[in-house]
Design a protein around this ligand. Sequence first.
Ligand code: ADP
Ligand code: MG
Length: 672
Amino acid sequence: MTQPEPVNPLQAPLPSLRGIGSERAAQLARLELFTVGDLLLHRPRRQEDRRQWKAIRQLSAGEAASVRGTIVAHGLKRFRKGTQSVYEFILDDGSARLHCRWWNLPFMQHYFKVGDEVMVYGKTIGLKPRTMDHPETEVIETGEENSIHLNRIVPIYPLTEGLPQRWLRALIWRTLAEFGAGIADCHPGIPVIDLPSRAQAVHDLHFPAELAEFERARQRLALDELLDFQLEIQRRRQALQRNARALPCGGDNRLIRPLLKQLKFTLTEAQARVLRELRRDLAGDQPMRRLLQGDVGSGKTVVAGCCALMAIESGFSVALMAPTEVLAEQHYRTFQGWFAPLGIGVALQTGSRKLPANQGSGLAAAKQPASDGSPAAPHLVVGTHALIEDGFGLEKLGLVIIDEQHKFGVTQREKLVRKGIYPHLLVMTATPIPRTLGLTLYGDLDCSVLDQMPPGRGRVRTYVRSAAAMPKVWEFVRGKLAEGRQAYVVYPLIDESEKAGLKAVTAEYENLEKQLTPWKIGLLHGRLSAEAKDRVLDGFRAGELHVLLATTVIEVGIDVANATIMLIENAERFGLAQLHQLRGRIGRGAHESFCILVADLKTPVARERLQVLEETVDGFRIAEADLQLRGPGEFLGQQQSGLPRFRFAELARDLALVERARGLAKAYSTRA
Ligand code: ADP
Ligand code: MG
């Protein structure tokens, strides 16, 4: 007879608890709390020290604080013919009075009455009279439960409509008393002696004896979370190592040598070092899984080219995926220039275009052996996500290269890899990913860094300007055009598919024509046909167009050394990392380059943000600043699907924990 699985009490559904009916259960579900375990991990927004109180008289303007007092008066005022309202109560604690106001929430009047004892938390916005707008409140009720809510450090939770703070706090208190002892460490084999046990951490998360315990509890729970994630990565990696035999792609230099001779430059030391790392991987007995990080302009393309040749020398084909058509075509052009003289076919496959490789070894040929029965010649296919669509296949796929990896999700990456039998994988990114994010997102990849720029680059100066300075800015741009340089003007479009957006760029185009006569201006945006895009880009490359007005489609993939001006309008709408990418389009030749960020600087924060770009061209510093300012989700954009949602780990500040979890997962997963 089989024993029934022991039921984990932490998995009990919340409605099985005393005092939770269907209405409360629905409210809790809105907070994504379904089980006892979920409830015990509901993270308080903050902890409030209710052991001593600040006197209302001591409140200072602009500062958030909590105070406690009695309501001595309250009332609702309506104005603007009754369409607007303000509800106000006056709180007295014996030291002074505090006015608490709520705008356009007339029902608040039903929650309070004169004589109520109330705790409020909020920012004092003025001292004459002392006032808080929309503070958090909690009415003190008499009863034995006050030991939970008063004279201690008290958790303040995220709520949802209809769910009272006090009720939730009491529920968690009771649930903790009943189930807290049943919480076991998640990874009993992995010792963590400097942080509280998981059970203790869950307790301190809600009801710490001291504020410092709350943070240590968070760290413990964050570490558990990061460990789960890193152990999963290690598991995947070990499964790969068990199942996969690497294709021998080390090559013999017979194509690389002539390529290097044909280049107009010699490789930097960093490029040569990275190529040695790549060759070691390609010749090794595990399929390569490597991330190549290098700032914009550090020369990743030629590294990818040499890496592709190693596989091709070994008799395998290569697929290279880029996030946009513009970039895919730029790569196609570059690789054709390099590979055609070597007799290697390069094909292009994007949503709007399919160009077979020139050597008679194109896509069709790659799918079936050539008509004379000889196997298809190895070659390179460059493309967009069209490469991962069903129906696309490549014989003898030995290496997959993904450019601008952060634009793709992990699933897309895996889909392309699965087109072959454990091909090697090289992913490249020019968005310097801060270390914490890198270790989390790319924990399953080895990492190489191009930390050196090719020589002979002109300096790039960056200036932040307000719209009022535009006449001077145009004058400056006209001057540079007269010297024979070219310029980019970038105009932000939130949604390229919107008609209004197109109208805005078109209006801007007309404005530019006026400001910059007689210079010729090209317009480039995402909705142009491939042919139209080509025409504009060719014109700009050839110098027939002097100015390129573009949406962010130029973020990656345009390389014109004579373009030395990058003017970005409404720069406050872009992330720092993206602005840095855009700036990477200039400074590619020997001339000095200028990046002008035109922005609406209403707040000091906006100003401070853009200042980072004035101060540094170090992509990693910029990425760290961006991560701090915007948080990881925003930083990576919507497309990044590889990032798990953490409850306790904070990627912007938990680098040490991330590294620790990775180290522990590596050390302990092999023993399992
Ligand atoms: P990214 O890393 O941004 O992809 P690219 O590969 O596009 O950079 O390289 C930027 C420019 O630098 C290209 O014009 C490329 O030909 C050039 N380049 C690459 N490596 C070197 C080098 N070692 N010396 C001089 N120029 C180089
Ligand atoms: Mg590149």
